[in-house]
Design a protein around this ligand. Structure first.
Ligand code: PLP
Length: 394
């Protein structure tokens, strides 16, 4: 029987029926047919503890018995308060304020609105545009599409709907780049800032690892250099750690490699261990305090119905406890050693003419082909060997 479910990113004419998942445990999910597949996609990088983790399931059950939902407008509750305190504790020093929302895209929309309003309230009414990087992906909502790569991204059809922002070249320096390579990327960023800083409210970036735009990795020195440029040009720095957060790059946050604090930082995906949709947009005192004032313009006009949902906050708290108590950063380091040994050490993969590059960072492993055609059938090949893979482009 065909399902009325309209699947994401699907070509309706050529799509094959989606296999039905009935459960899962640890790194595997189980299909209706009984097939057990190792989920190498981590469900779009969110399922950081794997499926059916007993402590996360118990936390949701317990919270459901107390309070499933209440609006955060004019009210609060323990899970929201406690999670905010924990997020302030674990994120780079200075991010002291937490605004909740319900997905990574909305978390980014909140970040952009916050940055623009900050600039207006700080006496810079001309700074109303964003500066983004080529190859960036920040989400599928209208505001987010406008800061995704306008050429290679998947949203060119909607260009007429989108506000125009500025873009700087994507960094090309690899993770372990030389000073010269990083300097080359930073001078390209400087050039755009020199020309347009008067109208730029914030620079947005997925620090160290541009995820959906091609899993492109860059150097911590680029991230630190971007921080310095933002200070020089009075532009806020927004880190989209929706994908990189919670250990994906090997440290808790990608920002930790560079030792810098962004003005605004967005978390989602791994925030709840992948068990419920939620996001947090964190801000420094500098940003937050600009909103303290007498005019009606000082209120931040945003408030998703499900922001701070108690179930999501409670499972996020449990996720964080498991992460810390079970030394996940140690586990990720072990996984990283394994990935390096298997994929990088003998360079056998690079010998394939279809393979353009192989790279590993933290719990991320990338095999990039020269063309997407070379990856046709890769999903089926992996599935026959008990692994679920879903290539992105090439
Ligand atoms: C870096 C980044 N930002 C934002 C998003 C959007 O998050 P969501 O799908 O929860 O809206 C994603 C999703 O893949 C992402 O990778």
């Amino acid at each position: 029987m065909t399902t009325p479910v309209w699947h994401p990113y699907a070509h309706l004419k050529t799509q094959t029926p989606a296999p039905k998942v009935v459960g899962g445990d640890g790194a595997h999910f189980v299909l209706e047919s009984g097939e057990r597949l190792l989920d190498a996609t981590c469900s779009w990088w969110c399922m950081i503890h794997g499926y059916g983790h007993p402590r996360l399931v118990a936390a949701i059950r317990e919270q459901a018995g107390q309070l499933c939902h209440v609006m955060l407008g004019g009210l609060t509750h323990d899970p929201a308060d406690q999670l905010a305190r924990e997020l302030v504790r674990i994120t780079p020093a200075g991010l002291n304020h937490v605004f909740y929302s319900d997905s990574g895209s909305v978390g980014m929309e909140v970040a952009m609105k916050m940055a623009l309003q900050y600039q207006v309230l700080s006496g810079n009414p001309g700074k109303r545009k964003m500066l983004s990087l080529m190859k960036a992906y920040h989400g599928d909502t209208t505001g987010c599409m406008a800061v995704c790569d306008p050429e290679e991204g998947m949203h060119s059809l909607f260009a007429s709907l989108l506000p125009q922002h500025h873009f700087a070249p994507a960094p090309t320096a690899p993770f372990d780049a030389s000073d010269e390579q990083v300097e080359h990327d930073l001078s390209a960023l400087r050039e755009v800032l020199e020309r347009h800083h008067c109208e730029i409210a914030a620079l947005l970036m997925e620090p160290l690892l541009q995820a959906a735009g091609g899993l492109n990795m860059t150097s911590p020195a680029y991230v630190a250099g971007a921080r310095a440029l933002c200070d020089e040009f009075n532009v806020l720095l927004i880190f989209d750690e929706v994908a990189t957060g919670f250990g994906r790059t090997g440290k808790l946050f990608a920002a930790d490699y560079a030792g810098v604090t962004p003005d605004i930082m967005v978390l989602s995906k791994g925030l709840t261990g992948g068990y419920l949709g939620h996001a947090a947009t964190l801000a420094t005192d500098r940003v937050h305090n600009a909103f303290i004032g007498d005019s009606p313009q000082h209120a931040f006009m945003h408030g998703p119905t499900f922001m701070g949902n108690p179930l999501a906050c409670r499972v996020a708290l449990e996720s964080l406890r498991v992460f810390e108590e079970e030394d996940y950063l140690g586990k990720i380091a072990a996984l990283n050693r394994l990935l390096r040994r298997e994929l990088l050490e003998d360079r056998a993969l690079n010998a394939y003419p279809t393979v353009a590059d192989v790279r590993v960072l933290g719990a991320t492993a990338v095999i990039e082909a020269h063309s997407a055609d070379a990856l046709k059938g890769v999903g089926d090949f992996a599935r026959k060997r008990g692994v679920w893979l879903r290539p992105i482009g090439r």
